[in-house]
Write a protein that binds this ligand. Structure first.
Ligand SMILES: NC(=O)c1ccc[n+]([C@@H]2O[C@H](COP(=O)([O-])OP(=O)(O)OC[C@H]3O[C@@H](n4cnc5c(N)ncnc54)[C@H](OP(=O)(O)O)[C@@H]3O)[C@@H](O)[C@H]2O)c1
Length: 270
């Protein structure tokens, strides 16, 4: 499996580290641990309240800033053009960086129209405050629309063995975008799965490792989160896994359309 995803526009380390619900020292320590074992892609957001700790952990790590792909996300209430610019400036200040690698719109916003938000994000791209822009939680039709409006590189969406995202994947492929899987471990629910357990045993690995390998072998970027240094390291120790077509088909067969992140403001899903 490739450890880097390459599209015509962008190269990204396929395995990233998620930081939702990590705050204060816990966020700092987890990001330090992730960088220590080799993660070079970190996912944060304005809404996570940890941009400052993420930035400080990276600065203190001794890892060169240019070696790490840093993503942050604009909260949907900041989708108006003026707020896109102002809130990104604030994110950069908290991160202690002059640019991020990827700036995402965290959720589709009711207001203003999408073209205005994406135009403001494209302006930040042109000004060098981010290397790439993208969207998150966009269903396939909205993704198609966004890709026609702006040079986005990804849609970050919930995706794990219990939730396939085939429509989104096919729209992404049409536009040469990559898909980023959030909650890739189904927030821990993959641990007790019998099918995954059997495959894990055959490879001398754990179910989370098998799931991450399954995503990366499909060309999907994954951003698991853990607060434990052991599990952070375990989730990165996957690059020697080679799943067979039969194993991939068995994991694909676990799909049951089970969505775990579905707030009241979520769009109508495909
Ligand atoms: N764009 C969006 O709207 C959005 C929404 C949700 C998430 N995300 C991003 O995606 C990231 C990951 O999603 P997530 O945090 O929801 O869930 P996740 O990564 O699917 O699962 C995290 C859970 O799995 C446990 N875990 C992790 N590795 C493990 C291992 N090897 N063995 C056993 N348990 C393990 C963690 O517990 P421990 O910490 O105790 O190890 C935690 O409870 C987030 O942190 C965030 O960056 C984005």
């Amino acid at each position: 499996m490739d450890d880097v995803i390459e599209t015509g526009r962008c190269n990204v380390p396929a395995l990233g580290f998620g930081t939702w619900q990590l705050e204060g020292d816990e966020a700092y320590d987890a990001v330090r641990a992730a960088l220590e074992v080799g993660y070079r892609h970190i996912d944060t957001a304005q809404a996570y309240g940890n941009e400052e700790e993420v930035g400080r952990a990276l600065a203190d790590s001794g890892v060169d800033r240019d070696e790490v792909f840093v993503t942050t996300k604009i909260w949907k209430d900041n989708a108006a053009p003026r707020d896109v610019a102002a809130s990104t400036t604030e994110s950069l200040r908290r991160l202690g960086m002059d640019r991020v690698d990827l700036l995402l719109l965290h959720w589709p916003a009711d207001d203003p129209p999408l073209e205005e938000t994406l135009a403001a994000m494209t302006e930040l791209l042109d000004q060098g405050q981010t290397r790439f822009i993208g969207v998150s939680n966009f269903p396939s039709q909205a993704l198609d629309r966004a890709a026609h409006l702006a040079p986005i590189v990804t849609d970050q969406v919930e995706h794990h063995p219990y939730l396939a995202v085939d429509e989104i994947k096919s729209v992404a492929a049409e536009h040469d975008l990559f898909v980023t899987a959030y909650s890739p471990l189904a927030r821990g629910r993959v641990l007790d799965d019998e099918v995954l357990g059997g495959i894990a045993e055959a490879h001398g690995k754990t179910p989370p490792q098998i799931v991450l390998a399954w995503l990366l072998q499909a060309g999907v970027s994954a951003i698991p989160r853990s607060r434990s240094p052991e599990r952070i390291a375990q989730n990165f120790d996957i690059f020697d896994i080679d799943l067979s077509d039969d194993e991939i088909a068995r994991i694909d067969g676990l799909d049951r359309g089970r969505r775990l992140i579905d707030p009241p403001f979520a769009p109508a899903w495909d």
